[in-house]
Design a protein around this ligand. Structure first.
Ligand SMILES: [Zn+2]
Length: 255
């Protein structure tokens, strides 16, 4: 019984247990990710594992602080056209992505949830998740908030990371978090050759210029994963989950 009460994962709850939580104040989190190349040293499911972990930790913190929460299974398919050249990458087109996110959010709303958060864990989804939040808030008539976990946690991540200010790609941050929760998906022996020798900087703040990753990095990695540690990964998860739980608990976000 106690196990069911502390469970946050939608897919591990029965329909009746989910409906019992569908009160107006409950936060329903939908993690959204991607399956794509993450250099020679990380498996392709990074974004899926990390978005799910952040979402479930945030939901547990919400519950501990008195706000009921539930986390749907992660939408693993995202927008990753810019990674295709490296292989191992699965992508949707923008219209399909919006439709899939919309279908899941609409289902959640139809079951009575009135605070819906799209929790994004993939760089290629950032703009589309903001658009989905705007469109769905209008069409569903309930507030749908979009968040990308490392942008929401920027100030805290900067104090944990040593080689970079925030999450890049298959980098110090993502490698650390994978070491913490999915060490079997980290090829430690390939980390040295994951470091790019060619590395184009992103567009300046305020500018958007989509570029294939193959033009930006020769290894598929942005950043330097050599200083990754499981302890940093654990600290990043806790920082992101704490920030999200704080923000998602604020009534002003929803009212
Ligand atoms: Zn990604």
């Amino acid at each position: 019984m106690a196990e069911t009460a502390s469970e946050v994962a939608w897919a591990r709850l029965t329909a009746a247990e989910i409906q019992a939580r569908a009160a107006p104040g409950t936060v329903a989190i939908i993690p959204v990710a991607s399956v794509e190349q993450h250099g020679p040293h990380l498996a392709t499911g990074v974004d899926m594992w990390l978005a799910t972990e952040v979402a479930e930790r945030a939901a547990r913190k919400l519950k501990q602080a008195g706000t009921e929460a539930v986390v749907t299974p992660c939408l693993w398919s995202g927008l990753a056209e810019h990674h295709m050249a490296f292989g191992g990458t699965l992508t949707l087109d923008e219209a399909t992505f919006g439709a899939v996110v919309g279908g899941v959010a609409r289902s959640v709303a139809r079951h009575g949830f009135r605070r819906i958060a799209l929790l994004n864990g993939h760089g290629g989804n950032i703009e589309a998740i903001s658009t989905a939040a705007i469109v769905l808030t209008r069409s569903l008539g309930v507030p749908v908030v979009g968040a990308t976990y490392w942008i929401a946690s920027e100030d805290r991540f900067a104090t944990i990371l040593e080689a970079q200010p925030n999450v890049m790609h298959a980098c110090e941050a993502e490698t650390s978090m994978m070491m913490a929760i999915q060490p079997g998906c980290v090829r430690e022996g390939n980390i040295a050759r994951a470091v790019p020798t060619r590395f184009a900087p992103p567009a300046p703040p305020g500018f958007k210029r989509q570029r294939p990753f193959a033009e930006m990095t020769d290894t598929g990695v942005l950043g330097d994963p050599r200083s990754a540690t499981p302890a940093k990964g654990e600290a990043l998860f806790e920082a992101a989950a704490a920030r999200l739980a704080e923000e998602l608990a604020r009534p002003e976000l929803w009212n």
